[in-house]
Design a protein around this ligand. Structure first.
Ligand code: GTG
Length: 325
């Protein structure tokens, strides 16, 4: 049977397994006062994003960026997820990594996310998916607001926890970052890993400082701050807008050295941290990973990716921690 480019892209892990110059925000996402409100704004945002399906996803103006980021995640997952593993996809969204887990040959997946509609979509994708060669349990919970320990299958010990494009939400406050770390580490085996991808706070601050006003961006991205005088460790909010992905959501700068220190308190030692651009330089030397770039339709017909999408890819870093105690 002839394989389409989309089928090939699905091979993913097959390799080894405001004002003041600020272009700001949409009113309906502006939070009202109250504890935990921003988390609900974020949940509402993701709940409201329609499931477009694979065909319409191909029309996305940031398709190559999405595919590039999925290529990075595929490589990260293939390095840390192994056959028979018990995994938690922390902030799993609509289950965009399900196929990657399947390719890695894991045994069981727990998927948890604050957005209940996304959880339903993840469950649906899992049920209907071609690649569900593992067991999975999904539930909705605020990963950075409540303890999820008692919702995990009893006695469940995890080999790996993955948190993709979401850990920055925990930096709304130290209390939230700690709840997140507690949830990530409590069921993680010693020797197990915690992997993830986040916006690079240094990259963002560098761009902000180089900008005239309170915002910067390009044709697909706008990052806007409310102020540029104060740099708190926690609760340093900015508004993130990425065409066809994020409609102006509040996010928080994750000061990595602070996170690293905090993580150590929970027994996590940093093993790996790299910007996406560097990962590309390194991993595209590997023939299998280079082939995967084509199979996952990362590059366009000219064999490249647009300058603006490439710039946005440079915003992110990937990391891995190992639980040592
Ligand atoms: P996205 O979640 O829309 O990515 P997709 O790859 O299209 O996901 N970004 C994302 N987040 C959450 C943040 C954030 O919190 N902060 C910041 N600063 N940036 C963020 O995200 C798009 C981009 O937004 C990311 O790359 C980041 O740059 C940024 P999805 O539609 O779930 O697709 C993933 C995989 O699922 C692909 O392999 C698809 O083929 C597959 N898939 C798509 N639709 C379906 C379906 O209907 N069924 C099944 N089974 N699989 C499907």
């Amino acid at each position: 049977m002839k394989r389409t480019r989309d089928d090939e892209r699905d091979d993913e892990v097959a390799v080894t397994g405001g004002e003041d110059g600020a272009r700001r925000p949409a009113k309906h996402h502006k939070p009202t006062e109250g504890a935990g409100t921003n988390a609900h704004v974020v949940a509402q945002h993701y709940n409201a994003r329609p499931e477009v399906g694979r065909d319409r996803r191909k029309d996305s103006p940031i398709l190559h960026l999405k595919n590039f980021n999925n290529w990075i995640k595929s490589i990260l997952i293939s390095k840390y997820a192994h056959r028979g593993f018990h995994v938690m996809d922390f902030c799993c969204g609509k289950g965009g990594d399900l196929l990657k887990w399947s390719k890695a040959g894991i045994r069981h997946l727990v998927g948890v996310d604050i957005a209940a509609v996304s959880i339903e979509q993840a469950q649906e994708r899992y049920t209907q998916g071609r690649g569900n060669r593992f067991q999975a349990t999904f539930f909705a919970a605020d990963c950075f607001g409540v303890s999820i320990y008692d919702k995990l299958p009893p006695g469940h010990k995890l080999d790996l926890v993955s948190c993709q494009f979401a850990l920055h939400y925990s930096f709304e406050s130290e209390a939230k970052a700690r709840i997140g770390l507690e949830n990530i580490t409590k069921s993680l085996k010693t020797g197990g890993h915690f992997i993830g991808t986040i916006p690079n706070a240094y990259w963002i601050v560098k761009r902000l400082r180089a900008a005239d006003g309170l915002s910067f961006g390009n044709s697909i991205l706008t990052v806007a701050f409310d102020q540029r005088d104060d740099y708190p460790r926690f609760g340093h909010k900015y508004w993130f807008e990425l065409k066809d992905a994020i409609d102006n959501c509040p996010e928080y700068l994750l000061h990595f050295p602070t996170f690293e220190k905090l993580a150590l308190e929970y027994g996590l030692e940093l093993e790996y941290k790299k910007p996406f651009h560097e990962i590309f330089q390194e991993e595209s030397q590997n023939e299998q990973h280079r082939n995967l770039l084509y199979r996952m339709n990362v590059v366009n017909d000219e064999g490249t990716i647009s300058a603006d999408e490439w710039e946005v890819a440079g915003l992110y870093i990937a990391f891995a921690f190992r639980k040592v105690s």
